[in-house]
Ligand binder design. Sequence first.
Ligand SMILES: CC(C)(COP(=O)(O)OP(=O)(O)OC[C@H]1O[C@@H](n2cnc3c(N)ncnc32)[C@H](O)[C@@H]1OP(=O)(O)O)[C@@H](O)C(=O)NCCC(=O)NCCS
Length: 299
Amino acid sequence: MVEVVESDAPSPSELLAIQALVDAATAADHTSALSDDHRLALRRGDPAEGTRLVARDGREVVGFAQLLRGNDVRSLELVVDPDHRALVVDDALTEAALQRAAAWGPGRVRMLVAAVRSEDDARLARFGFEPERDVLQLRVPLPLHVEARWPAGVELRTFEPGVDEDAWLTVNNRAFATHPEQGGWVRATLDAHMAEPWFDPKGFLMAFDHQGLAGFCWTKIHADEGLGEIYVIGVDPGRQGLGLGRALVVAGLQHMAELDVPTGMLYVEGDNDAALGLYRSLGFTEHQRDRWYITEVAP
Ligand SMILES: CC(C)(COP(=O)(O)OP(=O)(O)OC[C@H]1O[C@@H](n2cnc3c(N)ncnc32)[C@H](O)[C@@H]1OP(=O)(O)O)[C@@H](O)C(=O)NCCC(=O)NCCS
């Protein structure tokens, strides 16, 4: 019998059980069980940011959900223990989280389902969820055996903490102006990511031209998984289509290959034709498809 208990601010022992669950699901699925936004929010554990729900089977923690208030749309993520992958746990957590969201007042809730399965659309439709967008995880074997060809006048160096933050935020927010997660970053968002143990400025490539920062390729090494991720890549809209994006991808992958990382990886929106064309032409192929769902709730 699965029971879901709400816990705005989990106790230290609950947090340990939740972290063990997230780690187990991450290891079983070879992909992060929580997005970075949710992982950082869980660590902060701030009740003002949202709430956490824990599913138990007897005394055992078998599932976890986090519902964040967000700006205009609430965000829900679920993690289910790999040994208890019965849909009853997902359903119990989804139902409890949506009830909680409705109690906050009318609004929309967005949920990410990693490695979406063919039955998920119909299962989640029962909760009013509709597919909103797909995010693809692409991979490529390394090394690439392609040289980066830079547009004339472009100079490359790595990110300098304390110097480059404002320029990076400007170009990132221009490149991702319409993107729900990657657009609208503020200094605190960047600082939180730079404080992460994986952050390495040597893997954060910055391309400058005579006008200033033109584009960047921020990489993240997942050493345990043998993966090098192109974490964020962007070219200022005024300099797109000139070959800079291609050169930045190649340079980012070359950096990973120099660290003996065997596989390059990235996430891309399923409808981002410009980026998909670029990655496919470099040999990337689809490894996993994640799907965002959205629903409306009201008390
Ligand atoms: C994706 C992005 C980094 C590409 O950078 P770019 O400098 O514009 O790309 P390039 O000029 O190097 O073009 C590389 C390839 O992209 C593809 N491409 C570029 N613009 C395109 C467009 N508007 N439509 C379709 N394909 C396009 C082409 O396949 C091109 O191949 P080619 O070299 O054979 O011509 C850039 O468009 C960008 O910053 N977009 C917004 C942020 C973003 O979506 N980042 C990627 C998230 S995963």
